[in-house]
Write a protein that binds this ligand. Structure first.
Ligand SMILES: [Zn+2]
Length: 334
């Protein structure tokens, strides 16, 4: 068998090749080449938390000894991927990039979902390409093919779920309909940018459903979240498809009705367990995360082992007490 280090190296190398394969504009029907663009505006939003054009991000390598780690990244690469062609990239986002953003405007909120959604699809497509490359490589006989196939299946299912929302987003964009419910609030500014679609259902709930019914859940409830600094506050923008209203309304409402401290705790837990695409400033990384990085990563593994992405600890990264709260988490997870 290949060593972990060898697989990890192959994985990183394949990542670069996979990126080159996904290069078509995501706008429906457009065949132009996509350009590298940022999920959130680089100048204006991301630049607010950068120092010398760098920020810190949580990274994942499925095959390295430690899957999760933090790394400093340049603003040009972070939160960036091949999304739309240069025409569509320029035209689509005028409303939220050239003007003051009106978070009460439905179409503006919808535009925020677009790049977030395609980034999630893109990340899964890259994983599928990476797995295909690994399986075709001359080293494939030395790998755990069953694991790779299952991993690929999960990514393809995830893409399918996202595509259901993709269709509804374009329907709204083209016809002025409202398939989604958006809510936003302003809270105390913190140096975090977060953009994700995440499953409300936990892995354990999906397993239980499959065991009971003998098939996969027909529909996964996807939660849209953007969280970023804007005008000396942090904006929390969340949304969900009306098809998922019954399940998601009570859950999402808590983010908008509860006290700011409770919401800060919820966001902290989302960073740890549910969302993968987020970056922080060097200052936030050094003062909050670095000191407790081992506990932070142990907590992620703890949630994965329990198949529970809605794992919840009373920790609040916005507050000075975060370090001592994480010491309590340590007792559970280390
Ligand atoms: Zn295009």
């Amino acid at each position: 068998m290949l060593t972990e280090l060898e697989i990890s190296k192959l994985w990183v190398e394949r990542h670069k090749k996979a990126k080159k394969k996904i290069k078509k504009c995501y706008f429906p029907g457009c065949n132009e080449k996509s350009i590298n663009s940022h999920i959130l505006q680089k100048n204006g939003i991301l630049s607010q938390i950068s120092k010398n054009s760098h920020v810190w991000e949580k990274k994942i390598n499925q095959f390295s000894k430690e899957n999760f780690f933090f790394e400093e990244s340049g603003l040009n690469n972070v939160f960036a991927f091949n999304c739309f062609c240069s025409n569509h990239d320029k035209e689509l986002f005028k409303k939220i990039e050239d003007n003051i953003i009106d978070f009460n405007d439905y179409e503006s909120c919808l535009l925020f979902t677009l790049r977030t959604l395609y980034n999630e699809i893109y990340r899964k497509e890259i994983l599928v390409e990476q797995i295909k490359f690994l399986m075709k490589s001359n080293k494939s006989s030395e790998m755990n093919l069953e694991f790779l196939l299952e991993f690929m299946k999960q990514q393809l299912l995830g893409i399918k779920d996202l595509q259901e929302n993709e269709e509804d987003i374009w329907t709204d964009y083209n016809n002025g309909t409202e398939n989604f419910i958006f809510q936003y609030r302003e809270i105390t500014k913190i140096d975090i940018c977060l953009c994700a679609f995440y499953n409300y259902e936990t892995t354990s709930e999906m397993h239980d459903y499959k065991l009971a019914k003998g098939k996969d859940m027909e529909r996964i409830s996807e939660v849209f979240i953007n969280f970023f600094p804007y005008n000396n506050k942090s904006i929390l923008l969340m949304g969900y498809n009306k098809k998922d209203e019954k399940k998601l309304k009570p859950y999402i409402n808590t983010f908008f009705k509860e006290s700011e401290a409770k919401v800060q705790t919820k966001i902290t837990n989302l960073l740890m367990f549910a969302c993968e695409t987020w970056v922080v400033s060097e200052k936030l990384y050094k003062t909050k995360i670095q000191k407790v990085e081992d506990i932070f990563i142990a907590a992620i593994h703890y949630a994965i082992d329990n198949n529970n992405e809605r794992e919840f600890f009373k920790v609040n990264i916005f507050k000075e007490t975060y370090y001592s709260e994480m010491q309590k988490v340590k007792r559970y997870v280390c």
